[in-house]
Write a protein that binds this ligand. Structure first.
Ligand code: URA
Length: 184
């Protein structure tokens, strides 16, 4: 199921991003992951390699995952939009809409216990279109049996060093919420 979705994503031409991409980036990790991480969209390195979070933000994400006690192969990592927007601009609402049923399909196929929403676009797509990441980050909420945890996007701390302590605190909270959730 997850593989089928990945194959469809790789040849998808539903929106104009297909014209400028090198590779679509379906996501990677365990199909049985208990924890799903959702970012924004591929950047230059991800577009080149066809893999999520392999550039500078990915390096920081790997460090944050280690702090949480998770290894990349045991989680699943994807993005709301699977092709790189030109010049790394934010994905447009029509692009997010075009990718939405692939994302919903991936969530249904993986059926995770916990979804970590990294950054504003993922949070506004899956929590609330008006959610302010500066307000909701680090606060888990439950919906349809899944615990969602919005956090700052790792790239935010690369652009603005002053956000790094809040990002680290978000992942500490994620760790505590995961421990409570997965032990019960
Ligand atoms: N930023 C994202 O949101 N996703 C990636 O895959 C890489 C950087």
């Amino acid at each position: 199921m997850l593989d089928e979705i990945a194959q469809q994503i790789k040849v998808c031409a539903r929106c104009a991003l297909a014209e400028s991409r090198t590779n679509a980036v379906p996501g990677e990790g365990s199909p049985q992951a208990q924890v799903l991480f959702i970012g924004e969209a591929p950047g230059v390195a991800e577009d080149r390699q066809g893999r999520p979070f392999v550039g500078p933000a990915g390096k920081l994400l790997n460090e944050l995952l280690l702090e949480v006690g998770l290894r990349r192969p045991e989680v699943y990592i994807t993005n709301i939009v699977k092709c790189r927007p030109p010049d790394n601009r934010a994905p447009r609402p029509d692009e997010v809409r075009a990718w939405r049923d692939y994302l919903d399909g991936q969530i249904a196929a993986i059926n995770p216990q916990v979804i970590c929403l990294m950054g504003r676009p993922a949070t506004q797509t899956l929590q609330d279109p008006k959610a302010a990441i500066g307000t909701v980050h680090g606060q888990g909420f439950e919906r349809e049996g899944i615990l969602y945890v919005p956090v700052y996007h790792p790239a935010a701390a690369l652009h603005n060093e002053s956000l790094r302590p809040a990002l680290i605190e978000d992942f500490s909270r994620l760790k505590r919420l995961l421990q409570q959730r997965l032990e019960r």
